[in-house]
Design a protein around this ligand. Sequence first.
Ligand code: SF4
Ligand code: SF4
Length: 742
Amino acid sequence: MRLLDLLFKDRPKGLSLPEYKSLSNHDGQIKSLPLYEKYHVSLLQRDGEMAIPTVNIGAHVKAGDIIARPTSHLALHRHAPTSGEVSAIVDITETHPSGMTVKALEITADGLDTPTTAFAPISDYMSAERNALIERIFQAGIAGMGGAGFPTEKKINLSEPVETLIINGAECEPYITCDDLLMRHYSEEILRGALIFARIIGAHNILVGIEDNKPEAIAAMQAAAEQLQNASAQPLGVPADVHLAVHILPTQYPMGSRHQIAHYLLGKRPNIKARSYQSGFICHNVATAKAAYDAIALGKPLLERLVTFSGDGVGKAGVYATKCGTDLADIAGDIALAERLDEIIIGGTMMGFAVSPDNDKPLVIKRETTSVLAFSDRLHHTIAHDSDEQNCIRCGQCADACPMDLLPQQLHFYGRGEDFAKLEQHRLFDCIECGLCNYVCPSNIPLVQVFQHSKGDIVADKNAKREAEHARIRFEARNQRLEEEKAEKARKAEARRAKLRAGKQPAASAETASKTATKPAGKSRQQLIEEALARKKAKQAEKAQQRQAQVANEPTETPAEQPAQETPNKPAAKSKQQLIEEALARKKAKQAEKAKQRQAQAADEPAEQPVQEPVAKSKQQLIEEALARKKARQAEKAKQRQAQVAEKPAQEPPNKSAGKSKQQLIEEALARKKARQAEKAKQRQAQTADEPAEQPAQEPPNKSAGKTKQQLIEEALARKKARQAEKAKQRQEQTADEPADN
Ligand code: SF4
Ligand code: SF4
């Protein structure tokens, strides 16, 4: 039965690739690098946002001190890789396919590499609080070290236990050997880290998978497993209820993928669309397990890792313990990096990405950097290039090689056409981007790059549609709410009308309540309003009559007294306009009465009138009265002057002008002048006609006294016309009597 199981066991697909691993693991040693002058810690997070520095420029830090804190769910703390001074925030080239420039904290090393004391070791990690272990993993910045860089805390902080923990030691990518050497040298630490993970997630089954091309690593791990399973290892050994086993995997690419290794170890294909724990397992890289052990048992945050430096462009290829944040330019001399390089690949030839060898900014090692492969001739590695791309010949090799049983040529076709529906229909998101299709394609088509691009487009399209859908839902919900509010208002209005009709309108006040109580039932609202208005008008008319009677009976009442008397009797319901009109009517009546009195007084005692004038006269009245008095005085004086001139023209007193206005004096002078001129003209006429000598002399010299200028002018003109008419008559008579003289 067991043999049949093995024979017919469902096995993942894959290919055996050229390994090139001996370039870096031939001596089986982990090499070290010197302490460099400067290190750079990128602030870029997985979500594209920047971590926030927690130290100032100039601050001194120890190796492992937190220098930046995360700002998002999937971000991690940043730690100083060595002790020294935070010297600047600088631009670096992010170790990412985009090669974008990002900000980084620069640490200038003091050469001591003093470790931090911020993380106390948790020595009883097999009995310590689960949450304390998770928190330490988070604070120590532990992330997936197989290349993904996913925060480990997020993978293990689960609400439900997971049965199986897979420790991934496959390391299936060509050239890369860092996990191999890690397992050889740190097998016990890796397995203790696995025990910590198993305790946190509640796993009872620990499966360690190692490809059969790493016999030394397999041996070391098996030995460590046996040791930890011995009773002497307790209480920090393998618990009795936990099964720990090291499994040998066939060397085939991409066995290191979590789907492939889980498929192989569990004997069934996990659901690609589900999270791993939903399929009953969690998978961690061997380096991640070791980092978790260091953080918990030793109190060491993740500051360095093993990195494979290999390729024909690396003179001293090997696995180096490298601090995170080390600039590749600093390492170049120690690994004998060739000066002329065609390409540098970060992370492996199958799933890694190329960076420019001519970077003018720091390009640093990160937590997830498994390898740096440098090539002087790109034909030595296995990644296809755009420049070599040919048309698809429909050979089908990509489909044969695909470990996920996809149709890469079809995906490529739909991806170029941006047919998102077809791409999803052909399971684009099941692609694990292993690069095997690229590797086998005879046309060197960059299939994986197209798939990555298409995935990004689809995600962006879905996000846009989701946002539009949210906007539509919000819009419709708002409209519905407005409709409901409108309907509710209409319902309430109808209810009020129904109450009115039924004569049950609720009382708003005691007065309204009494009115409502006496209101005849069955009357409409309009009828009630009209009745109220009629009552109001009747009251106003009644009051107006009373006011008129008061005005007629008390005409001498002063304006100051009237309001005081009127206010107490004033009905409370009078409008402001009515009160104003009433006040104006009273005022006019009083003014008319007073004017009558003034006229009577003016007729009787003109000299005393101003003294007896009422105080409340208007300004206009006062002016008019003053002008009238002035005219009367002028008329009186003019009369007196005429009388004086007529009686004694020669005896006019020298102080004649005393008491007269300047205008009067001027007018009188003009009148006298005109009179003299008229007198002379008459005399001249009399001399001419021998007759009217007496007439001008009888004309009073001060004839114009008291007359206006216009009257004087008109009189003068009249006299002139009369004289002209007289002269014309005389000339006619002369002409008629003496024709022989002409
Ligand atoms: S289609 Fe995806 S999963 Fe299939 S071989 Fe290509 S990269 Fe790998
Ligand atoms: S391997 Fe390349 S050429 Fe062949 S079918 Fe796939 S995409 Fe086309």
